[in-house]
Every structure is written in C-alpha cells, then in structure tokens.
Design a protein around this ligand. Structure first.
Ligand code: SDX
Length: 429
C-alpha cells in the first residue's frame, strides 16, 4: 500500500506525519513526533479521536453496529460458543480445537478455589458494603497471596495470573454476594461448567442440593460472552495504563474494576434497572424522556447512548432475546419492568432528539431485567459485568505487555493555570 501521510501547518511550519492503516477500520495519523517537531500537543479530552494502542483483539464498527472478537461476530459467538471458548479466543487469538478446549477448561477449573485466608478479608467488610467495593478490595489483595504470578516479565507467570483471574473471579464474586446476604460461602465444584458453577456458588445453601437450571445457566454463560471485551473502553484503558507502569496483573484488574463501577460505564446496568423501577409504569415514560432531553436536567436515560455505537449495540439485541428466554423460563413473561423497557425503547427510537443524537439501547439496557430475574440484587449487576470483563482486561493487558512499542503511558496537558509568580508572605496577602 502506498505510504500515506498527513501534513500539518503549525505557525507556518509544515510537518508531515505518517498515516497507518489497520486490517479494517479507520486509518490513524502517527503523531509521535509532533511535539518534537512543532512544540505543540494534540488535545482530545475523552479520546474521541485518539487511538491509544494497536490491538488485534476486538473491533467495533459503531456506525454499522458490528462487534468482532479476533474477527468472529459477537452474534455467532453468543449463538454457538461458550464463555470459556471465547476466553481462549481472546487470550490466544484462535478458536480452540476440541483437545485445546478440554485442556483449557480443565486448567481454569483447577484454579477456581481461592486461598482460604481470603475468606478472612470479608469479615473486615460491613455486610451492607456495596459488592463492588468488596471486589475492588479483594481482587487488589490477590497480589498479597499469589506472589508466584506477579513477575510480568515472565510469560509463564503472566499466563498463570491470567488463568487465576478468569478462574477466581466467579468464586470471589459469589463470596461477595454470599457475605452481603449473610449466607455461608459455597465452594466451587469441579464437575460443573463455568456458569453453572457460578450460579451454584451464588444460590446454593447447605440445607439442600442446588439443581442447576440449564436454560438459566446457558443464559448466564451468554451474558458473560456479551460482556467479555469491548476494545479500548474506559476500564480497559485503565488496566492498560496501570499495566504500563509494570504494576502486577491483580492490581491492574482491581483498577479496572474501580473504573467499571461508574454509572457512565459498567454501573449503568444497575442504574438502568433503578431507572426503570423509578419510572414504574408506561404512562410515566414521557415525563422521563422529557427530562432526558432537558439540557438543564442532569438526568440521562441509563442504558442508552454509547461513545462508539451510533447504531444499535449488537449486544443489546442478543441481550433482549436472552431476557425474553429467561422470563419465559421463569414464568415472568409479563414482568412490568420489561413492559416499561420495551415501551421506553419504542418511544426513544422514534423521538427526534434520540434519532438526531444517535442514541440507541446499549448492553446495559436489558441486562438488568435479566439479572434481576435470575435472582441477583441490583448491587450485584456490575460485579457480574466485572466478572465477565476480566478476560478482556487480562487479554488486553497481555497484549500491552507483549507490544514492543509499549512504554509507560504519560499524557500531557493544556495548562490554563497561573503563570510563574513569587510567594507572598502572609502579612502582605
Ligand atoms: C458501557 O466504551 C464502551 O465500550 C463501554 C461499554 C463496554 O462494553 O465497555 O460498552 C459499556 O459503558 C455502555 C454505556 C453505559 N452507560 C450508560 O448507559 C449511561 C448513559 N449513557 C451516557 O452517559 C452516554 O451516552 C455515554 C457515557 C455512554 C457516552 O457518552 P459520550 O460519548 O461522551 O456522549 P455524550 O455524553 O457527549 O452525549 C452526546 C450527546 C449529549 O448531548 P449534547 O451535549 O451533544 O447536546 O447525547 C446526549 C448528551 O447529552 N446523551 C444522552 C444520553 N447519552 C448521551 N441524552 C439522554 N440520555 C442519554 N443516555
């Protein structure tokens, strides 16, 4: 391909920057030498036009509503695959053969228990602590237990840490839930698949055997697939930035969990369900749509809009289908929250404001209804998002460590504060 370039004129000085093309998607202008050649920075708060890295893991076409993991469409992975197969794909770049899948599932299963001392961590938390606060603290503490997988320069230790994170997140998430509701912890069982094991650790009690509902387990597994990875979103960028300093993988994942918690990001599923409950009935929808459109009202329709998707989030379509399956299986087909959600979606998608601003339902709009039907409290919704996104964070972290261009991330700024001035003694102030 002919070498393409972009020419900048700064203070009448012309500089030429190389333009690089990916395999698909927008080209990038490599501005690495801009400051050296012009003494100026670029300015892009929110990084709406800035690529932070090169990656081969996930590709999103926001205008077309396309999401690919290592080239495979999310619709096909959600339909035909299971979550651990997607984990293998994200980590290694190819779909596993039957033997590779069997070996990977076994390796993950053999890491699902946590160090018994970790259960003492929970006794330090208040029972009513938000489970995401517990996840931030407990996952960050993993580096205090697993010193033998914190040397990021050792590929073997990186892979052990990666498997440990994928394997232990369901166990820790279930422990956070059990502690929150005052029930005893349930240990993982090696003869259950990943999603079934998680549901049992959350909902089993010592007094009786827990029978896994295969329809609900399949729905849980598919929800994990839908949340696995999503390019350079805020929490993934946080993990990459933390990792660029050489911090250990457990600390980096804890940083990602902290960022995901925000209501503009992973916290939107909890906020979306609370919003639907606050609206309460179809006849109150116009009042809330008006609030969302009112520039003077900070209210936003949670579960709507996206930095990248300016078309329907493909995950939301699959999520909506899963919601109907779960509600039908549980006999909640006429859940009033679903009725409000579907009518809100219909109204919003025909409203000029949402059409003009290209605001569509995102992954968080329907997930809350499904998770509530599965038996989770709203405070656990973002914990489930973090559980699933751990594989994406860890795959992107590995890619960053192995990238020869990788160096510590250190953005610059546009300074608008006071120029240099001298200290004024107190009596003269
Ligand atoms: C996730 O990045 C990812 O990939 C994230 C994620 C992942 O998998 O990692 O997909 C997961 O975080 C999904 C998004 C979950 N968040 C929500 O549902 C919260 C509600 N949505 C918004 O807060 C907002 O849409 C964001 C944060 C998602 C996107 O914000 P942007 O890209 O910065 O867009 P913006 O805030 O500049 O909005 C553009 C315009 C604004 O109007 P103007 O200032 O141009 O007049 O659209 C309006 C906004 O006021 N707008 C909304 C709205 N979202 C944007 N108006 C009403 N309701 C909304 N939900």
């Amino acid at each position: 391909m002919a070498n393409k370039s972009a020419v900048f004129t700064v203070d009448e000085k012309q500089v030429e920057m190389p333009v690089r093309s990916g395999s698909i998607g927008p080209d990038v202008i490599d501005i690495g030498t801009l400051y050296k050649n012009t003494g100026t920075f670029t300015y892009d708060p929110g990084f709406t036009s800035t690529a932070s890295c090169e990656s081969k893991i996930t590709y999103i076409d926001g205008d077309e509503g396309v999401l690919l993991h290592r080239g495979y469409p999310i619709e096909q992975l959600a339909e035909h695959g299971d979550f651990l197969e997607v984990c293998y794909l994200l980590l290694y770049g190819e779909l596993p053969t039957a033997n590779q899948k069997k070996d990977f599932d076994h390796r993950v299963t053999m890491h699902t228990m946590v160090h018994e001392q970790m259960s003492r961590f929970f006794t330090g938390y208040r029972r009513d602590a938000h489970p995401m606060a517990v996840m931030c603290g407990t996952v960050g503490a993993l580096s205090a237990f697993y010193h033998d997988s914190t040397d990021i320069t050792d590929p073997h230790q990186r892979m052990v840490a990666s498997l440990r994170m994928i394997a232990k997140m369901p166990t820790i998430a279930a422990m956070a839930y059990k502690y929150h509701i005052g029930q005893p912890f349930v240990y993982p069982k090696n003869d259950l698949d990943y999603a079934s094991n998680f549901l049992r650790m959350c909902f089993a009690v010592p007094c009786e055997e827990y029978v896994v509902n295969p329809v609900l387990a399949r729905a849980m597994d598919r929800i994990f697939i839908l949340h696995a990875d999503h390019e350079q979103n805020a929490s993934t960028s946080t993990v990459r930035l933390a990792g660029s300093s050489g911090a250990n993988p457990f600390a980096c994942i804890a940083a990602g969990i902290a960022c995901l918690w925000g209501p503009a990001h992973g916290g939107a599923n909890e906020a979306a369900l609370n919003m639907l409950a606050e609206i309460g009935s179809v006849d109150r929808i116009p009042e809330y749509v008006a609030k969302a459109k009112d520039k003077n009202d900070p209210f936003r329709l949670m579960g709507f809009g996206h930095r990248v998707y300016k078309n329907y989030d493909p995950r939301a379509k699959i999520m909506q289908k899963t919601t109907h399956e779960v509600l039908a299986e549980l006999g909640h087909r006429d859940d009033p929250l679903l009725e409000v959600a579907m009518e809100l979606e219909r109204i919003a998608l025909t409203d000029e404001y949402f059409i003009e601003k290209k605001l569509y339902p995102n992954i968080d709009f329907y997930s809350g209804i499904t998770l509530k039907a599965l038996g989770f409290p709203t405070t656990m919704f973002t914990v489930l998002f973090a559980l699933a996104r751990t594989v994406g964070w860890i795959a992107q972290w590995n890619e960053m460590i192995e990238d020869p261009q990788q160096r510590i991330g250190r953005p610059r700024q546009l300074y608008t504060g006071e120029p240099k001035r001298d200290y004024v003694p107190v009596p003269k102030r």
